[in-house]
Structure formats: C-alpha cells, structure tokens
Write a protein that binds this ligand. Structure first.
Ligand code: ARG
Length: 462
C-alpha cells in the first residue's frame, strides 16, 4: 500500500476495490508526455516567481527530461495505486529528484492540470485527424479524375433519377470533408486556450505568468475564468461532434459501397485484399471494411452521447465524473482515424464497372426532366410541362418503349411544340452538358471542381 498524496487527513487505509474503481491510469497514461511537458514549463514558471531556485529548477529539469526520454523508449511503468497519470508522474519524478517533485505542485491542482493535458493531447490529435482527412480527400479527387467521364444513374429516394457524372457523385464526399476540415480549423481557436493557473478552480494563489506559460505549452491564449477552466469539457464535446459528423458521412459512403458491390448493382469492385469470404459459402466476397466503417460510426455517435450525458446537470466546478470524459473521446478519435484510413484504401482501390453503370442510363426514364425543360424553353410553364411529360412517360411505359424510341408524331399528340430537336435533348451528353450551373454535373463544371480541389489540397498540405 502506497501513501496517498492526500493522506494527511485520513485515518484509514484506502480500500483496494475503491482504488480499482477510481483509478484512471489504465487509460489516461496516454497523457503522460503532455503532463511531463506541462510540469517542466510549470517548474520554470515557479522559478520565475522565486518558488524554485535556479539550482532546484535545473535538477527538476534534468529529472523531467530523463522521464521524457524513458517514456519515449517505453520504459516508464505506471501503477494503479497511484491512481492517475499526474500522481504517477509525481512519484516517478520523486524517485529522481526527491521532494522537489512535491514542490512543483505549488499553486496547481490536478483539476487545471488534467484540463490542460487533455487540451494538449487533443491539439495533437486534431493535427493527426487533419492529415488523415486530407489523405482521404486526395483519394476521392484521384478517383474522380481516374473515372472522369463515366456516367451513372443518380438517385433520389434510392430510385433512378437523373444521369450524373460518377466523379460528381464522389466529389460530393470531397465537399463534405472539406467542410469538416474547416470545422476542425475553426475549432482550433477554442481548443488552444490554456486552463493552467486556474488551480483547483479559484485561481492559483501564486502570481505565475499564465500567458507565458500558455505560449510555452503551445496554446494561443489563456482561459479567462478559472471556474470555467476546470469545469468545462466543451472542447471535448466539440471534437466528438466533429468526429461524429465525419463518421456519419463515412458511413453513408460505406453504405453506398456495400450496395454498389452487391449483385443487384454491380457498379464497383473492391480489391480482394480489403474483402473477406464466408466460412461456409465458398463463393462469397464480402465488403467487411465498409460494413465495419458503418458499424463504427455507431460507436463514435455513442461516444458523443456518452459525453453529452456526462456533462448534463453537472454542477460547477470540477467533479470526479469528468474523469469519464477520456475513454469516449479516446475511442471516438481512434475509430475515426482508423475509418478514415480504411476508407482511403477502399476509395483508392475501387474499380468502377463502367458498362454496368451506363447500362442503367437507358432504363428508368432518367431524361424525363429534359423533356419538361424542352417544353419550358418553348414557353410552357414548368408545372404544365411536367404534367405533359408525365403523360408521355406513362404512354411510353405502356408501349414498353424508351422516350427516345417514340416517334415525333407520338410526341406531337401531347404537344404541338415538339420538333425534331427533341431527340438531341434525349441524350445523356446533352442532359449533362446543360447542367453547367456552378456546382452542377456538367463535365466542364466537374472538371473545374476537381482542379479547384487539387489546389485546395495543395494549400491544406502546405
Ligand atoms: N484523474 C482525474 C481526471 O481525469 C484528474 C483530476 C483529479 N482531481 C481530483 N481532485 N481528484 O479527472
């Protein structure tokens, strides 16, 4: 049994089950490098106000530097009886520098320390996520370029709707990710505020230079209210929300991949190396990676809900409940990074079955809107043009014919305004080309979107 940091006012030894129940070192050990960095910067701040002498600071600095090195080599061992990362590091430092390890706790609390460590950790993870997001976006743009010109039936209500470039469909996911990247960028200014110096919640009793400390630790500014600083996990929630949004969109792409690979669609092929078979049905090739991405989206959304529920009704300031913020946010980050990587591999590896996709352009009356638009240009109000076209589709359907198979006289039965040029309108090329409005599926616009994306990605990378 180890002596507790707070042991002074206690007459009984801590119960071992209680110890198991309350420990967090089993998961917050990932904060160790940040906690070490924090302690070093804090020791320097204490030196500046005369709490540590120059010599004492040098000893502490040497001790912490050694611990950082040992951590990097995987040599630090943490113990559950020391509860959390902060107490473990204090003990490890004590083994090196003796009571100076206790001295550096002057005017700081684990409450401002954990909030600071967690923000530092998330600042790193935010950067990692940005990188993964950019890699994923690059895979989308490359695929859009590779299959530029391939046309697919676009869907609404999962029913064939209008022809669209496959690249345009893919670039929709690029656009979603671009906005997530912007969200991550905006989030940075709220994340990089430093709580340290808030101590337990009332503010440190020692006049440390908070601004300087914040800058040393890589923050852009300090948190202005000490109670808020230790009570709030809004930054964790915001991160989890952005991760959830990313996962929602990945799950939609994953879902599309799953049905695109089904026998019924057969729009794409995924590489064997990213699929698995069945233990009973020898013919099976399953899109497990896409299915798991869909499934893991549920985990991340669950993590967000765990966090929301954790904060609800929590009185100010610090409460031990807040320790439970770590497992869900660590999980959400881990899953999202993994799914981004997996989806990058899937997108890069997928092959489009062009003939199969284009086969569906001939059925399903995908060009009906063209007929209505044609009439509009001849002066018919759109609602009426829509109605007339509806009648034509019904007629064609009963004849078992495609629109372009109807004779001009048949068209004329529905409106005298039809002329020979209607057949030009009933081609996929014409339908695509007409959609040259900004953001439309006209090849000229999609080309622009792809080159814009490439420039953007270059900037993000730079
Ligand atoms: N392990 C704790 C957490 O993650 C650190 C803060 C503990 N503070 C306290 N007063 N017990 O929240």
């Amino acid at each position: 049994m180890s002596e507790k940091a707070w042991g002074g006012r206690f007459e009984e030894e801590t119960n071992t089950f209680f110890e198991e129940f309350t420990e967090s070192i089993s998961f917050d050990h990932v904060l160790a490098p940040f906690d070490l960095k924090l302690n070093l910067a804090y020791a320097e701040a204490l030196k500046e106000i005369g709490i540590l002498t120059e010599e004492e600071f040098d000893i502490v600095k040497k001790g912490i530097s050694e611990l950082i090195e040992e951590y990097e080599k995987g040599k630090l061992s943490f113990k559950k009886e020391y509860e959390d990362v902060h107490m473990n590091i204090e003990r490890l430092l004590y083994e090196k520098v003796g009571e100076l390890a206790y001295k550096i706790h002057t005017g700081k609390s684990r409450n401002d320390q954990v909030a600071t460590d967690l923000r530092m950790y998330l600042m790193e993870k935010r950067k990692e996520l940005k990188k993964r997001l950019i890699e994923f976006m690059e895979s989308l743009v490359s695929k859009a370029e590779e299959y530029f010109g391939v046309v697919m039936p676009g869907f609404t209500h999962l029913q064939h709707a209008q022809p669209v470039l496959f690249s345009h469909w893919l670039m929709a996911y690029y656009e979603m990710m671009r906005l997530h990247l912007e969200r991550l960028e905006d989030f940075k200014k709220r994340l990089s505020l430093c709580p340290l110096g808030s101590a337990a919640f009332a503010g440190s009793g020692f006049p440390i230079n908070r601004k300087k400390l914040a800058r040393t630790l890589g923050f852009s500014d300090i948190i202005l209210n000490s109670v808020y600083a230790v009570s709030s996990r809004d930054f964790v929630l915001e991160f989890a929300f952005i991760l959830s949004l990313i996962m929602l969109d990945l799950s939609r792409l994953a879902e599309e991949m799953v049905f695109w690979m089904s026998e019924e669609f057969s729009f794409i092929e995924l590489p064997d190396k990213f699929c698995s078979g069945s233990s009973i049905m020898p013919q099976k090739k399953n899109p497990d990676a896409a299915e798991l991405t869909r499934g893991k989206a549920a985990v991340v959304i669950g993590n967000l809900f765990q966090l929301l529920a954790l904060i609800k009704n929590l009185p100010l300031s610090y409460n031990r409940d807040l320790q439970e913020d770590k497992p869900p946010i660590f999980s959400a980050i881990h899953q999202t990074l993994a799914c981004l990587k997996m989806m990058t591999l899937l997108v890069s590896g997928l092959k489009v079955k062009k003939e199969r996709m284009e086969k569906f352009l001939k059925t399903g009356y995908l060009l009906a809107t063209e007929v209505a638009d044609y009439l509009v240009l001849k002066g018919v109000p759109f609602r009426k043009a829509h109605h007339i076209t509806g009648k034509i589709v019904l007629y064609a359907e009963k004849q078992g014919k495609a629109l372009e198979e109807l004779k001009l006289e048949e068209f004329k039965k529905f409106s005298e305004l039809f002329e020979k040029d209607i057949y030009k309108w009933l081609t996929v090329e014409h339908a695509l080309k007409r959609r040259k409005v900004a953001g439309g599926t006209a090849p000229s616009q999609v080309k622009k979107a792809i080159s814009r994306a490439k420039k953007e990605l270059k900037n993000w990378r730079g």
